[in-house]
Design a protein around this ligand. Structure first.
Ligand code: NDP
Ligand code: 2IT
Length: 451
């Protein structure tokens, strides 16, 4: 039995269906870091892995709120405070009916290593609720956010734990959460990031994750000796914050983005997607992508029911570079095979863990450039930390300054990941490079801080 298999075996006792995505994230990391554990016995001596895979604490609470028909609604709220060896717990809040403890543990665990890779002083955490924002009125969203914060405020603060957005939580929700936090604590402080600009948000926070993923891809393609993205066909999944800003940056640098998707279907527009229309549909009107074809009749809308058996329509479209930016496990082995067959050169994870382990293995075995989420989508949390800095010093940075620092951060992460992979004998493997580099920094801090 290899060391990685022995380590994985230790954690089987906590297995349950809810935890399957957490296991997926954890297993990948354990396999990647096995050479590091073997090269230095201190990580086993201080039981770093055993300590790292268990959150410092999981806070679970009831959220009771009144809908527009005066019916009482009850949801569950969570905050997983995973690890604060490098700084205050930091990570987003997800509002989606699929949220449970296992999903938030997977996201919080990934966040520890992602935040470590940024080189910034932030630990890892994640939170959210099984509340479904879809179809809710603005007042219902406000009432839910208020009720959620009336419990969460006890556990957060600028030096303790700083939540931000994720699926279903954007600047509108962060605004309501911040308003309630301020009201309860009488304190105007940066306890949340992703705030609207005019009351403490950073310029470019909304764009940061999508733009950062494109900057990362540019660096990776350069390091790997591949052609840059300008003039190339790209496919993007999702139509939310990350996807739309990835599309925006890709269009700015001259790439042709021919797709996007939501939970109901996929748009294929071979002439290049109309980003303004997408923003109107998804960010302003919060409606289905289907309406895109009412304006652009030459574009194709493929509803989920018509997806190829076992696969996703968006990964069946020929492209040079693919950007999964919707949700976990949205790119499976069949999808990977379709991308390979169609000549795809590069896959960048804008979403968290969008590719299944089988898909990653297949893409890597065919020598595609593969940028894992914890490295490629770290731009969002990096600019969140810039927001924390600005709030703490009561300053405002210009758009150019944030953009420059974001670009520098993504290029630095990419180089560090590539070099780490090379140092550990797995050149070109950005998954192993990211896991080893991210883990090492947190582990060394944990050892230095004592048990
Ligand atoms: P949004 O809520 O803004 O958008 C999510 C998008 O993904 C929507 O278009 C949604 O469709 C689609 N989607 C969600 N679930 C599914 C599904 N099961 N199948 C198909 N499509 C789905 O979220 P974000 O853009 O913020 O987040 C997207 C991903 O990026 C997540 O994995 C998140 O964790 C990750 N991420 C986000 C960061 C951020 O700064 N926001 C930072 C780093 C990572 P619909 O409109 O129908 O709901
Ligand atoms: O997954 C992520 O990195 C985020 N949702 C952003 C976290 C943050 O604190 O900005």
């Amino acid at each position: 039995m290899t060391m990685a298999e022995q380590e994985i075996k230790k954690f089987e006792k906590t297995d349950c269906a809810e935890n399957s995505v957490f296991y997926q994230a954890m297993e990948e990391v354990i396999y990647s870091i096995a050479p590091l554990l073997e090269s230095d016995e201190k990580y086993l001596k201080y039981a770093i892995l055993e300590r790292l895979v268990v959150p410092d604490r999981i806070i679970k609470f009831k959220v009771t709120w009144l809908d527009d028909n005066n019916n009482v609604q009850v949801n569950t709220g969570y905050r997983v405070q995973f690890n604060n060896a490098l700084g205050p717990y930091k990570g987003g809040l997800r509002f989606h009916p699929t949220v449970n403890e296992g999903v938030l543990k997977f996201l919080g665990f990934e966040q520890i290593l992602k935040n470590s890779l940024t080189g910034l002083p932030i630990g890892g955490g994640k939170g959210g609720s099984d509340f479904d924002p879809k179809g809710k009125s603005d007042f219902e969203i406000m009432k839910f956010c208020t009720a959620f914060m009336s419990e969460l405020y006890k556990y957060i603060g600028p030096r303790i734990d700083v939540p931000a957005g994720d699926i279903g939580v954007g600047s509108r929700e962060i605004g309501y959460l911040f308003g309630e936090y301020k009201k309860i604590t009488s304190s105007y402080e940066g306890a949340l990031t992703g705030k609207p600009y005019f009351f403490g948000g950073s310029l470019m926070r909304p764009e940061a994750t999508g733009y950062g993923a494109v900057y990362f891809t540019g660096s990776m393609l350069e390091i790997e000796g591949k052609e840059p993205l300008d003039g190339k066909i790209c496919t993007v999944s999702g139509a939310g914050n990350v996807a739309l800003h990835a599309i925006e940056k890709l269009q700015q640098i001259g790439a042709i983005v021919v797709s996007c998707s939501d939970s109901h279907g996929t748009i294929y527009d071979p002439r290049g997607v109309d980003l303004e229309l997408l923003k109107t549909l998804k960010l302003e009107r919060r409606t289905s992508l289907k309406e895109y074809t009412e304006v652009h009749s030459e574009a194709e809308y493929i509803p989920v029911e018509n997806y190829p058996e076992g696969a996703h329509a968006v990964w069946n479209i020929p492209c040079y570079a693919a950007f999964p930016c919707a949700t976990q496990n949205e790119l499976n082995e069949l999808d990977a095979q379709n991308l390979i067959t169609n000549g795809c050169v590069s896959v960048t994870e804008g979403a968290n863990m969008p590719s299944t382990p089988e898909a990653i293995a297949l893409l890597q075995s065919h020598k595609l450039c593969f940028a894992p989420a914890k490295a490629a989508n770290a731009g969002g949390v990096a600019v969140s930390e810039f927001e924390m800095s600005q709030n703490a010093s009561m300053t405002k940075w210009s758009y150019a300054k944030v953009d420059e620092k974001l670009k520098e951060t993504m290029q630095m992460i990419c180089k560090r990941v590539a070099l780490t992979a090379k140092d550990y004998g797995v050149e070109g493997n950005y998954v192993d490079g990211a896991n080893i580099a991210g883990f090492k920094k947190v582990a060394d801090a944990m050892i230095a801080e004592g048990i």
